[in-house]
Design a protein around this ligand. Structure first.
Ligand code: ZN
Length: 444
């Protein structure tokens, strides 16, 4: 067959009505990326520095006036897509779209819209605005789901009144003793909750029962640089790390820096410096993604001509595996005992707190990967080194998180940045994952 005959053959094939067509799976729906970007820009004005632009970031601290304005705007956005916003006793905002099969538990998805002081326009906002966009797209396209869909924006996720994850912790019943009596800027947390439409005296009503939802999904920016460095648009979160905190007190002896011979010194900073290096080498000492950090140190007397006599420092270890985090702590304490002997100092190590992490449900991780593959997007599994509402909600039922890249891994800063196209891709993956999980009767 010459070239001409070959191409004529192809034409005949294409025209022949008798040939069976190859069934293509339906294309997954896509969100409206322009509308998603507009909502992120519209939200960014609440808490923007006076005279600033989008690039100047935001201070929308939970319970503040800016937070309240943003929440009011959010409720009108929920109305505008045809749903009814609801505020629970903790101040969480939610909206429910019924499913087609009675008795099915809702698929819950959302994030938060409060920020740290001097934060950016992506942490929390990306997940919250993508989730409402997913809801709007499904309604607009008439895509029905068997399970009800519930959009949720958790109140005051960032650290506030001494602890973070306010709304999601209340939903999970993880209330700290006396937390409503804590005072910040002259306002008790009890009053602050009232300001956002909640009621601490009825906080039990904000509680969600274990097993009361089919799945919880949260889209979030990575806040680290792994996806951006690897040029991979979708992160499948394996879980949120467990954090163990320690306070360390090193006692030596403060003495004259000119007259005390080296052999006679009891230099607390020399000991503390060895502790810093020990934390680093312990964290690097085995394979895995565990991290160890000395983030704070105070030196006494902190004078140029005095051998430091007293140093206090903080140590933390993080990993997905809580048992590994504990094991790193044991190794650390052993090293401290050796350092104390070698430097002739006394070293007290006090374990101060454990922040329990959470594993993402394996079937949800697989569903996110399938959703990304269906959209022809590369995905990579990774742990979350930062805390999220998802870790509190994971105590109640199946949980999964999707990450989109943070440019240069920057977050909690006005320079926090995610690319618009990658945000829309994350929202598409969220939507496909919801539709995928909707086909399952159980995620066990
Ligand atoms: Zn966040």
């Amino acid at each position: 067959m010459n070239r001409r005959e070959f191409s004529q053959g192809l034409t005949l094939l294409a025209l022949s009505p008798a040939l069976p067509s190859i069934a293509q799976p339906p294309l997954p729906p896509r969100v409206n990326a322009t509308r998603l970007r507009k909502r992120l820009e519209d939200l960014s004005v609440f808490g923007r520095p006076a005279g600033g632009t989008f690039a100047d970031g935001v201070s929308r601290v939970g319970f503040s006036d800016a937070d309240i304005q943003g929440r009011t705007w959010l409720q009108s956005e929920i109305h505008s897509i045809g749903l009814e916003p609801k505020i629970d006793a903790a101040g969480n905002i939610s909206a429910l779209r019924p499913g087609t099969i009675p008795g099915k538990k809702p698929i819950l998805f959302g994030s938060h819209i409060d920020s740290v002081r001097g934060g950016g326009n992506f942490d929390g906002d990306v997940g919250s605005m993508s989730s409402i966009e997913v809801m709007a797209t499904l309604m607009e396209k008439g895509v029905k789901t068997r399970h009800p869909l519930e959009y949720v924006v958790w109140a005051a996720e960032e650290s506030n009144y001494g602890s973070g994850l306010h709304g999601s912790r209340m939903a999970a019943g993880l209330i700290e003793s006396d937390e409503f009596d804590r005072v910040q800027g002259g306002v008790s947390k009890r009053e602050a909750i009232k300001r956002i439409g909640g009621d601490a005296s009825r906080i039990a009503e904000a509680r969600r029962a274990p097993g009361s939802f089919h799945a919880y999904l949260e889209l979030h920016i990575e806040q680290g640089g792994k996806l951006d460095r690897a040029r991979i648009p979708i992160g499948v979160v394996e879980g949120i790390v467990t954090i163990d905190d320690y306070d360390v007190h090193v006692r030596g002896f403060a003495n004259h820096a000119g007259t005390t011979p080296m052999a006679e010194r009891r230099d607390a900073l020399v000991a503390a410096s060895q502790i810093v290096l020990a934390v680093n080498s312990i964290a690097k000492g085995e394979s895995g993604a565990q991290v160890g950090t000395v983030g704070q140190m105070s030196i006494k007397p902190n004078a140029p001509n005095v051998v430091p006599g007293d140093v206090e420092l903080t140590v933390e270890f993080r990993d997905l595996d809580g048992a590994k985090v504990a094991r790193l702590g044991v190794a650390f304490k052993e090293r401290c005992a050796e350092i104390a002997t070698a430097t002739n100092t006394d070293i007290d190590v006090v374990f101060t707190s454990r922040h329990e992490g959470a594993r993402a449900t394996p079937t949800i991780q697989a569903a996110i990967e399938k959703a990304a593959a269906g959209l022809e997007l590369k995905a990579m599994r990774l742990p979350s080194g930062a805390g999220h509402d998802a870790q509190a909600i994971a105590t109640l039922g199946p949980m999964g998180m999707i990450f989109v890249p943070s440019v240069d891994g920057i977050s909690h800063s006005p320079r926090e940045l995610s690319r618009w196209n990658e945000i829309a891709q994350g929202a598409d993956v969220l939507m496909s994952t919801i539709l995928e999980l909707d086909t399952r009767d159980s995620l066990g």
